[in-house]
Each structure stands twice: as C-alpha cells, then as structure tokens.
Design a protein around this ligand. Structure first.
Ligand code: NAP
Length: 544
C-alpha cells in the first residue's frame, strides 16, 4: 500500500509540476528549464543533469571553471563531467529534451489534434530541425501520446520553438499546450523513453504495441536528415530496453492491450446475459481491428461483421482467425451494418469522423436485452465517432481515454510489474549515458584539430613566403604534405586517447581525463564553443 501511495503522490507531483512549468514558461521571459517528471523509486534528487528540478540556464559568461579547477582535481573525470554539467552543457553540449502530451496529462480531444500520421514524420523531423535551436528530432505519435524528442542547442529556446511549432501544426494555443505538456531533459528524457518502450507508461501496462511503434520510429527515421546520431541512438537503445523488459520480467504475462481493454469495456457495459448473443461490428481491419476480433474470439464471440475500405485485409484476418465467422462489408455499407449491430468497435486511421450524431440518431434502437443502448467503442486517434453521439438516448460512445476504467482494476499488479522493470531501465540508462558521455570528447577532437590546422597554415605561409615565388607547384605540394604529415602524426596519439565507445566506465573515465588534460594544455576551453558555432550557423541559414 505504501508503494501505491508513493506512486499516486508521484503522479500528483507530475501534474502540479507540469502546471507550474506551464505557468512559468508562459508567463516569464526568464530562461527557466523545468523537468516535471515525478521522482521515482531509485531516481536521485535534483542538482544533477536533467534532475527533477527547476534551474536557470546560465549565460556563457557566468560559466564556472569547475572542470579545470585545482579543487576538483581529486574528483574522477566522470564526476567532474557530471558536477559541472549545468554550466558545461549550456556551453558545450546539446541536451536531449522531450516535449510530450500523453494520456496521463492530456485528453484525447487535444491529442488527436496533435497526432501526426506516420507518412508525415520525415517532414515533421525536417521542420523541427529547421528551427534555430534544434539539431535532431523524432516524433512519437500514438493513440496514447504525442511526444517530440529533440537534441536542443539550448533547452529553453528549443522547448519554446518546438512548443510554438506544435501550436502551429495543431492549431492549439501555446498557453493551452503549456498547461498539458510535460518536459523532460537528458537523463529523465532517456528514462522516460525507456519506460515508454517497456510499456510502463502505457495506459495498459506492458502492452506490446508501443514497442512496435518505437521500432517504427527508427524504421521511418532511417536516412532522414535530422534523425541524427543521438536521437537514433536513444530510440535504438529504447528498443533494446523494451525487448529486455519483456523477456526478463513478468510484464507481458497476461498483459492486456488497448484492443483487449476495448473488448473488456464493451462486455462490462453489456448485460452479462447478452454476451453470447450481442451483435458485433468492427470498423477497420488494420492491426487494431484484427486484435479486437481476436479478443472477441477469446471471449466466445462466434460471428462478427467487419467493415473496411478494402477486402484484402479482412480476407487475411479470416485466414488467420478460423474460430469466428467474419462477414466483410465495404465502407459504403457502414451505416446499414451499424443498424444491425449492438456494439460498434471503430479502429481506423481516418482523420475525419465516420459516425456523427445525425447518422446514429436514424439507426433503429437496439433491444433491451443488450441494455437498450448501442455501444460505440472508439479506439482511434483521431477519433472516428463524434462525442455528440452520446447525447442520444439510444447510444453511448467510449473512446481510448475511457479504457482507464478497465485498467484501473489491476493497479496493484501494475505497480509490482513496474518495479520489476525499473532495475533493467536503470542499468540501461547508465549505459546510454556512458555512450553519450563518450561523445563528449567530440568537441575537443574538433577543437584540437582546428587549433593544429591554424598553426600548420600559419607556419606553412611563413615558410612559403621565405622560399619566394619561383618555387614549383610540386615543391609547394611537398611542403604542404610535409606539414600535414607532421601534424597528423603528432595528433594521432592524443586522438587515440580521446576515443572510446563508452561501454567501459574505467576507459571512459580515462578518456575524459585525457580530454580535460588536452583542454588545459592547449587552452581549448577558450576556443569558440562548438555549440555556439552551430547556433550561429543555423541562425544564418534560417535568415537566408
Ligand atoms: N497500433 C496501435 O497500437 C494502436 C493502439 C490503439 C489505438 N490505435 C488507433 O487505432 C487506429 C487504427 O490503428 P492501426 O494500428 O490498426 O492502423 P493500421 O494497421 O494502419 O490500419 C488502418 C485501418 O484504417 C483504415 N483506414 C485508413 N484510412 C481510412 C479512411 N480514411 N477511412 C476509413 N478507413 C480508413 C484502413 O483501411 P484499409 O485496410 O482499406 O487501408 C485500415 O483498416 C488508429 O487511429 C490508431 O491511432 C492504434
């Protein structure tokens, strides 16, 4: 019970903080980044990168010298990296940020406006990366959530730009988005996508569709400029986590899905005596439609009418599910079929409503044996059935948010399963962070190369001017090659010591120590930051 209360508290905290975040970001021009993810079991308190804390971004001039100071020399390189994060990351490293609106914070009425169909993900990534402070992006748009993952050159500005972009694409005012959105940074963003992929953040805990959807993000993102190294690394790692949690814990054991919860809800609403005889109609024969039929079979249903645009998919379902009579009807016969059904499940990708109040009010009423109400169970996002249908005395509509009623039943089971998965998630988060930390040396590599190249060019210039104008092209090239050769040979050693894949924390620590040493030796910290260069380049590009 104590655990249960802690969870409830965490959810409440999420809501409170997300409202605070909304208020802060909409009313203040101060650069405040707010992470509003609840503190969970095993999660450390604020003050670290991406902690559940409110913090102000510091201006580059305010940056402390923590990394190189003598006082911090007793800390390990990894500790230095982490303790100095607040300053260094605003100056040196981009942040992973998730700007999300999920079933836990946002009603379906809003989520459906934000939904982006799969075919448009590449375009959305392109638009997001066109924003001044966004380097990489991914879109996770499902019936439970609309989450934008970005690598932002500035957290505050990145969040602002993405929120404005979401407002523009959905037509929802920024102030309203801010009331519902949650923001997570770096470690918390990583942990979140790992939990999402494991099915821990789903309405129906442990459901498997979300892992397929995360895989789809990677598949669609392949080759899309902007689905870059960090974001694709994050999503690929999330797939590993999702698979591990499913195979190494009990999370999937007896797990329900949105479609099974939909069937469950329909049965809860129907009188028990009518279960064997209620007339079932399924509109949409995609993945969800098929799963609905499968669960109807599991509940003893022997006949179903399936309405779909094309017959092929229905024929394929018939091939797979032999224990039920499946009658196919084309979309134009949908209303006639609804007239002869007691329960109508809708699960299509249509972006317009298929059932309006005026269509449903003309349908003949259903019998009292099924409760006198025609049930519409709509699991589509955007929705397929107008909410006004529920105004009629003869019908009731339930959408994906109403499935909460079904899943609330096994809350204790949910918490137990979630705890099992957290160990794996914590382990994998550490690994991903180590991989990201290993990328930390990239700016030093670039700056060291640039520094050496500047010296080479200056010395080459001096040498060539001493040699006079009458030297041959061949000689010039030989001198140029000589200078390059010397620089490359000299840099080879340091470069080797700046590379590591992050899989071994001892090597990573050494690599980061080497990085700090090189930064000190060559005063690379005073070089213009890579991040700053990137921002300048993007702003200039967008001004053209
Ligand atoms: N996948 C999930 O995990 C999941 C979970 C919960 C809810 N949902 C929601 O369920 C709905 C269906 O998802 P899905 O995964 O089953 O998609 P899907 O496999 O892509 O199937 C899409 C279905 O929608 C039909 N369709 C597409 N456009 C239509 C239109 N304009 N008018 C009428 N029918 C149309 C398709 O008909 P054809 O066969 O003729 O193309 C197909 O039957 C979506 O709204 C989704 O948000 C999905």
């Amino acid at each position: 019970m104590a655990v249960s209360r802690a969870f409830a508290g965490a959810k409440l905290e999420t809501l409170l903080l997300s409202n605070a975040a909304a208020a802060a970001s909409s009313s203040s021009s101060a650069q405040i980044g707010i992470s509003c993810k609840p503190a969970r079991a095993g999660r450390r308190a604020p003050a670290r990168r991406g902690g559940c804390a409110i913090r102000c971004e510091v201006a580059a001039s305010d940056v402390l010298v923590g990394v190189n100071s003598a006082s911090s020399s007793s800390l390990s390189a990894i500790e230095q990296l982490k303790t100095s994060a607040a300053d260094r990351y605003t100056k040196e490293r981009s942040s992973i940020v998730v700007i999300g609106l999920s079933i836990h914070t946002t009603p379906v009425e809003m989520r459906e406006k934000l939904a982006i169909p799969e075919a448009e993900w590449p375009r959305a990534i392109g638009e997001l990366c066109g924003l001044n402070h966004i380097e990489e992006a991914a879109v996770l748009s499902t019936c439970n959530r609309m989450e934008i993952y970005v690598v932002a050159l500035s957290q505050h500005r990145g969040v602002k730009e993405v929120t404005e972009w979401m407002s523009k694409t959905s037509g929802i005012p920024v102030s309203e988005l801010c009331q519902h959105r949650f923001l997570l940074y770096n470690k918390d963003a990583t942990q979140h996508i790992f939990e999402v992929s494991a099915g821990l953040d789903s309405l129906v805990l442990g459901e498997g569709q979300i892992l397929a959807q995360v895989k789809q993000v990677v598949k669609v993102g392949q080759g899309v400029v902007g689905f870059g190294r960090n974001i694709s690394g994050l999503f690929k790692h999330a797939i590993t986590v999702g698979k591990r949690v499913r195979t190494e814990t009990n999370i999937a054991a007896g797990a329900v899905s949105v479609s099974s919860a939909a069937v469950e809800l329909a049965l809860m609403k129907l009188p028990r005596t009518s279960h064997p005889t209620a007339r079932m109609l399924v509109v949409g024969a995609g993945k969800m439609g098929k799963l609905v039929i499968k669960h109807l079979v599991a509940k003893g249903c022997t006949k179903v009418v399936v309405v779909n645009r094309s017959e092929e998919r229905v024929a394929a379902i018939r091939e797979d599910l032999k224990d039920i009579e499946i009658v196919y009807k084309p979309l134009k016969e949908m209303l006639t079929c609804a007239a002869e059904a007691d329960v109508v499940f809708t699960s299509t990708a249509s972006d317009t409503l298929l059932f309006l109040k005026e269509n449903v009010m003309d349908l003949p009423p259903v019998g009292l044996d099924v409760g006198g109400l025609r049930l519409f169970i709509d699991i589509s996002v955007p929705r397929n059935v107008g909410s006004c249908v529920s105004d009629l005395e003869t019908a009731r509509v339930y959408n994906v948010d109403d499935l909460k009623e079904v899943v609330a039943a096994n809350k204790e089971d949910r918490i137990r399963k979630a705890l099992e998965a957290q160990t794996i998630i914590a382990e994998e988060s550490k690994q991903f962070e180590a991989w990201r930390d290993s990328l930390e040396t990239v700016p030093t590599i670039k700056k060291l190369r640039a520094y050496a190249e500047r010296i080479r060019l200056a010395e080459l210039d001096k040498c060539l001017s001493k040699m006079g104008d009458d030297i041959s092209k061949k000689t010039k090239r030989a001198v140029d090659d000589l200078s390059r050769g010397i620089v490359n040979k000299l840099l080879h050693g340091p470069m080797q010591h700046l590379r590591c894949d992050g899989s071994d924390s001892r090597t990573l620590s050494e690599t980061l120590e080497n990085m700090h040493a090189l930064n000190r030796m060559f005063s690379l910290e005073t070089e213009i930051s890579v991040l700053e260069q990137k921002i300048r380049a993007k702003v200039e590009q967008n001004q053209k």
